[in-house]
Write a protein that binds this ligand. Structure first.
Ligand code: HEC
Ligand code: HEC
Ligand code: HEC
Ligand code: HEC
Ligand code: HEC
Ligand code: HEC
Ligand code: HEC
Length: 417
């Protein structure tokens, strides 16, 4: 077969390529080739631009300072609770005191106390059992500071490649060391054995590599961890976006980064629910979900029954969804919150209510007048309440974290506030 074809082709090839007709054919062939290559490039790049941004990894992480070199208006993000929710230990990041006299936590068990101290090698928590000459102790080094300190901080330590929580935390409202919250920490005992699951850092960090280990889910690869919630934790990896925006052809491409504002309402809620929708049960490894995808493919979140109490800590989404405001409007979390800046002024936030309501629509307006309601909507309709999940035992007392109930409704007990 082959020789025959080549014979035929050879026979039909022009002897003199410089005749005008043959030149035209060559130009046409060259044009077709160039056009084919151009079409191939367009097809390849457009299929590329339909790819959804991936979850960030050390190899695709550009970091907030790179993002801010073009998006300087988002610089206020760097001071938010999200950004500093996990940090490396330092005098500045650990809010508890190492000063002698303030660095000891005593409790109901007089045979146990904790001491926090710092030297050139790091910051330590030591549990001291019994007194005087018989005393024994256990000392561990703080490796990760968890919590911005809005309410408090907890501290994590490494034992080999396993990560554990330390028994002493910090409580901001009275500026002191306290027993770590939760049922794992019983006053008078020193529990160093509470392992830190990947989901903990999925809510509090940008990335850490969990090492699959069926018997110890707290096994990680410490190197390459990216602490704090950074831009790319919510927006997806930035490397492709930055390369796209720096390319001379950038106007031909989609930005290759997630803008949650462009998602459907349900996907927008899920972008926050991955961390504010309750603990849930992961279906696949942590740090794989990217805003814009269906969250239920990644984690099974609790769906509280209609009469089930939902704690003010943890599941803001379920509480908000119970509100008539939410059910009878297109409200999302970003109706009130701009996550790129710190907003704790409840007077300013009460202004958000007035994008849908009027002061006059409050039942108290008619009887008690404008002054009773103006700028105070949040005080009564999203009251601050105690969490039953973040509870610390101290000196026989229970210390409960305070949070805003996101179920917006009439709380009759607030009428006289
Ligand atoms: C080289 C400059 C540059 C850098 C660096 C950069 N961006 Fe952008 N970004 C842009 C430009 C320009 C646009 C507008 C693109 C458009 O509308 O086509 C944009 C758009 C966006 C959008 C909106 C996308 C949309 O679809 O509406 C988001 C979100 C975003 N950037 C986030 C980030 C994040 C996060 C980082 C860091 C990982 C980052 N950017 C780094 C230049 C940059
Ligand atoms: C499902 C997501 C999620 C998981 C898992 C999670 N947290 Fe949190 N954590 C939050 C959210 C959200 C807040 C803010 C309070 C709120 O909205 O309830 C918070 C608050 C905190 C605070 C208080 C911060 C402050 O300054 O007020 C500390 C400390 C903390 N978490 C530590 C941990 C540790 C340590 C773990 C794991 C052992 C953990 N959390 C697991 C989401 C999570
Ligand atoms: C906790 C999640 C979260 C983090 C972290 C975050 N963003 Fe956003 N970002 C959002 C959401 C939600 C929107 C859409 C609603 C809005 O604009 O507030 C958005 C919108 C944007 C937009 C497009 C709309 C606009 O306002 O121009 C840009 C650009 C952007 N973010 C950049 C950044 C940069 C840069 C950082 C880090 C310095 C960052 N974001 C950190 C959630 C986040
Ligand atoms: C990766 C997990 C994560 C995502 C995604 C996330 N959050 Fe958070 N958020 C947290 C944690 C953890 C805290 C507690 C931080 C602390 O105080 O240490 C927090 C705190 C907050 C706070 C309190 C800020 C303050 O000043 O104290 C607000 C408001 C908030 N988140 C809103 C949102 C909204 C709205 C979204 C969706 C656009 C969102 N978050 C997405 C984990 C997340
Ligand atoms: C995005 C629009 C929107 C925002 C923002 C909003 N609401 Fe509403 N709210 C509604 C709608 C719609 C209803 C149901 C119809 C009505 O009562 O007007 C409602 C109902 C209510 C009710 C009656 C609840 C019940 O169970 O009967 C109260 C109280 C209320 N809102 C207070 C507030 C407060 C306080 C804020 C601010 C913290 C707020 N709303 C923010 C839209 C909104
Ligand atoms: C109608 C307005 C409104 C909406 C919508 C809203 N929040 Fe809030 N949020 C507030 C107010 C007001 C506060 C109290 C501000 C403060 O003390 O920092 C608050 C506080 C918070 C806090 C700090 C912890 C606490 O409870 O005191 C977190 C976390 C938070 N919101 C997350 C969310 C998430 C996630 C969504 C969406 C499910 C959401 N919020 C929707 C008004 C709103
Ligand atoms: C001092 C506490 C308090 C403050 C402040 C307050 N409210 Fe109210 N609000 C109430 C109480 C209590 C009721 C129920 C009154 C009744 O039914 O007579 C109510 C009723 C309402 C209702 C009607 C609910 C229904 O039955 O349909 C709306 C809407 C509302 N408030 C919105 C607001 C807005 C918006 C603000 C801020 C401008 C505000 N409230 C400030 C306590 C308060």
């Amino acid at each position: 077969m082959l020789p025959r074809i080549s014979t035929v082709r050879a026979g039909s090839l022009p002897r003199d390529p410089r005749t005008p007709r043959k030149r035209q054919q060559r130009w046409a062939a060259a044009f077709v080739t160039v056009a084919a290559i151009a079409i191939a490039i367009v097809v390849m790049t457009s299929s590329h631009s339909h790819k959804w941004p991936e979850a960030v990894r050390p190899a695709t992480f550009v970091g907030d300072s790179t993002c801010l070199s073009c998006h300087g208006e988002k610089a206020s993000f760097e001071g938010t609770a999200h950004r500093i929710t996990t940090q490396s230990p330092s005098r500045a990041t650990i809010l508890g005191s190492f000063t002698s006299g303030e660095n000891v936590l005593r409790n109901a068990n007089s045979d146990l106390h904790f001491r926090m101290d710092a030297d050139s090698t790091g910051f330590y928590q030591t549990a001291v059992f019994a007194h005087g000459a018989d005393s024994t102790s256990r000392r561990e080094r703080i490796a990760i500071v968890a919590g911005s300190g809005r309410g408090g901080q907890s501290y994590l330590y490494w034992k080999g490649d396993r990560l554990y929580q330390l028994p002493v935390s910090y409580w901001s409202s009275n500026h002191r060391w306290i027993n770590s919250p939760g049922p794992a920490y019983i006053e008078g005992q020193a529990n160093f054995a509470r392992g830190v699951a990947p989901r903990c850092l999925e809510c509090h960090a940008t990335w850490i590599e969990a090492v699959p280990d069926l018997s110890h889910e707290n096994t990680f690869q410490a190197q390459g961890a990216i602490l704090g919630i950074t831009c790319e934790r919510c927006h997806g990896e930035g490397k492709t976006h930055v390369a796209t925006e720096q390319s001379p052809l950038h106007s031909l491409h989609s930005p290759q980064i997630v803008n949650p504002a462009h998602l459907t309402r349900e996907r927008q809620m899920e972008a926050c629910a991955q961390c504010h929708g309750g603990l849930g049960t992961p279906k696949i490894p942590s740090f794989t979900y990217v805003a814009g995808q269906r969250l239920d493919n990644y984690v099974d979140l609790p769906v509280p029954g209609p009469n089930e109490t939902v704690d003010v800590h943890g599941n803001k989404v379920a509480l908000l969804e119970r509100s008539r405001c939410f059910r009878e409007s297109k409200m999302t979390c970003t109706t009130c919150h701009d996550v790129h800046r710190t907003q704790r002024d409840t007077t300013a936030l009460s202004g958000r209510c007035l994008t849908c309501h009027q002061e006059q629509s409050c039942g108290l307006f008619a009887t008690r007048g404008r002054a009773a309601v103006a700028g105070r909507c949040v005080t009564c309709h999203m009251p601050e309440q105690s969490s039953n999940l973040i509870v610390s035992a101290l000196e026989g007392e229970k210390k409960q974290a305070q949070m805003r109930n996101h179920w917006i409704k009439v709380y009759p007990e607030t009428a006289n506030r």
